[in-house]
Design a protein around this ligand. Structure first.
Ligand SMILES: Cc1cc2nc3c(=O)[nH]c(=O)nc-3n(C[C@H](O)[C@H](O)[C@H](O)COP(=O)(O)O)c2cc1C
Length: 177
């Protein structure tokens, strides 16, 4: 079946969902989920996100140049989805959803304690990309829950049960083949 070209991403799924934490110039915390997200380079370590222009996340990253990419598991699916709702600037989605802050090592935005991996990022560059901004971050600190990393260095995907975004409020979790 043909898709409207503008709907191609519906078949480019499921996509790993990340929960991005930022702060505004007053230090107020913001959290929002994104699934237009990918690793971009290993050396130097770079991550890329497609972020809509209306978001507080984009405004905060533009102003404070730091963010944390948190990887949520299915255990916090409801909270992650609620973070996508529009809250006024300055209102912390973490407080609204009961998620907890964990101090980051190298950037000011906090990590989300309930997540399974964390990538602390400094803004590298941004480029307009249609109706989204392509935001790239240099990963300055990365950590994953020890029990979720296998001996071969890969993530134990089934155990981690990371949230994959299908579309809207639909999600999947991975299984190994
Ligand atoms: C699972 C999920 C994935 C999303 N992925 C993206 C995305 O990749 N890019 C984007 O601009 N918005 C995405 N959104 C919508 C944003 O989360 C939404 O615009 C949010 O209100 C932004 O919050 P903020 O204004 O606090 O930054 C997604 C929403 C959900 C539920």
């Amino acid at each position: 079946m043909k898709l409207e070209p503008s709907k191609f991403y519906k078949a480019f799924a499921p996509r790993v969902t990340v929960l991005v934490t930022t702060i505004d110039v007053k230090g107020r915390v913001n959290a929002a989920p994104f699934s237009f997200a990918m690793p971009l380079s290993m050396n130097p370590p770079l991550v890329a996100l497609g972020i809509n222009y209306a978001s507080n996340t984009l405004e905060n990253i533009s102003e404070t140049r730091e963010f944390v990419v948190n990887i949520p598991s299915n255990e916090i699916i409801d909270q992650v989805f609620k973070c996508s709702k529009t809250f006024p600037k300055g209102v912390s989605e973490l407080e609204k959803t009961g998620l907890s802050k964990l101090k980051s090592s190298k950037v000011r935005p906090p990590r989300v304690a309930e997540c399974v991996a964390w990538f602390e990022c400094k803004l590298e560059w941004m480029h307009e990309a249609g109706d989204h901004m392509l935001v790239t971050g240099s990963v300055v600190e990365a950590e994953v829950k020890k029990e979720l990393l296998k001996k071969n260095g890969n993530l134990d995907a089934e155990k981690a049960r990371v949230l994959m975004h299908v579309g809207g409020n639909e999600f999947a979790v991975p299984f190994m083949i």
